[in-house]
Design a protein around this ligand. Sequence first.
Ligand SMILES: Cc1cc2nc3c(=O)[nH]c(=O)nc-3n(C[C@H](O)[C@H](O)[C@H](O)COP(=O)(O)OP(=O)(O)OC[C@H]3O[C@@H](n4cnc5c(N)ncnc54)[C@H](O)[C@@H]3O)c2cc1C
Length: 417
Amino acid sequence: MRYSLLSLAANALRGHAGWRPAWRDAAPKAAYDAVVVGGGGHGLATAYYLARNHGLADVAVLEKGWIGSGNAGRNTTIIRSNYLLPGNSAFYELSMRLWEGLEADLNYNAMVSQRGVLNLFHSDAQRDAAVRRGNAMRLEGIDAELLSADEVRRALPFLNFDDARFPIRGGLRQRRGGTARHDAVVWGYARAASERGVDIVQNCEVTGILRDPAGAVAGVETSRGTIRAGKVGVAVAGHSSRVAAMAGLRLPIESHVLQAFVSEAIKPLLDTVVTFGAGHFYISQSDKGGLVFGGDIDGYNSYAQRGNLPTVEDVCEGGMALMPALGRVRVLRSWGGIMDMSMDGSPIIDATPVPGLFLNAGWCYGGFKATPASGHCFARLIATGTPEPAAAAYRLDRFLRGATIDEKGQGAQANLH
Ligand SMILES: Cc1cc2nc3c(=O)[nH]c(=O)nc-3n(C[C@H](O)[C@H](O)[C@H](O)COP(=O)(O)OP(=O)(O)OC[C@H]3O[C@@H](n4cnc5c(N)ncnc54)[C@H](O)[C@@H]3O)c2cc1C
């Protein structure tokens, strides 16, 4: 069913009784050409691009809960491509370009909103770093603008300029950055993949990885029985280490909790995404009116989808330092998701030493913006065995070779990326 103004009008006239479920909730078959483990944004996008770009539709996405129940449905929805390092910038810009055409491509309203992302800086050294990043972006053909403190003040007069412990000296803005509705991205990819024949299997936990006598992948054991497949793509974000361990692999990844918060709905106040440069805090306003904000990970390894109060306090302190008016709104909800923190802060999209087993992981807390490019590149790798040039740097063995892509320059400490 194609969504359009016409189909909306026709269904309205029929009392909205004609809508069909957006995707098939499939039962698993005994065998597929390829299986994707994980029904988050990345797994579903991978299945969609496998079918759309490579004609590989005998594919199942296996999700242990419901699609979008992981980080895909828990993130703060920020999209951007303001990266510094060569390995990252081409990949995230590919993602941005895919975001720009996504709704037409999927025939689904993902509420992609290019409202801009503004990274504030608070010192001369930070200004130098912002100029460097902006120049690197522009050399790659990515939009970047340096704003003075006065320009930031004109745009966002309610930030703390006058009695601030960390005075705002300006900001680096990417106008094409912004937000997208995370659930809609999941639903849009699920619908489009399902339409092309992909089976989306929920409540189906992968519990083991089957190998043939030569050691190659032969399928997966699941809570709904054995499923055979010659190719298995793993896109399970915070559970990457656990699923990889089923194939005897130890990954350079730690799992950490990241929390986020939303306030009660208020009138339109904030028309862009803002990040604080003197602490870990960022904020935007949802289309429903809630202020959506977050900060640092909780700093210890965990698989629990909830965090602790010290981090709540830390995030709120960052918010109050940047935007004192925030103290007047009530927090409506907070929640947590499990981040797959890699040792250099950059992802892995690669084949593994186990023939037929492919890995998509290490997204840290920036993987939502990567969803379209991640799916696009992972699909190509699974279908053809060769990496997409934009993702060519995301090799698993880069940690052995010392060829890390350390965007933040933090070294091999997962919780700092
Ligand atoms: C609070 C928070 C804020 C964030 N904010 C942003 C942001 O603003 N911008 C941004 O770019 N990124 C952000 N992120 C990061 C982003 O959400 C993730 O990097 C990204 O969603 C990860 O990819 P995914 O969508 O495929 O993961 P997920 O949605 O987590 O998908 C993985 C799926 O695998 C399933 N699974 C796990 N184990 C198994 C198994 N054994 N068998 C079957 N299924 C399994 C899980 O149930 C899950 O549904 C944020 C994350 C959090 C938690």
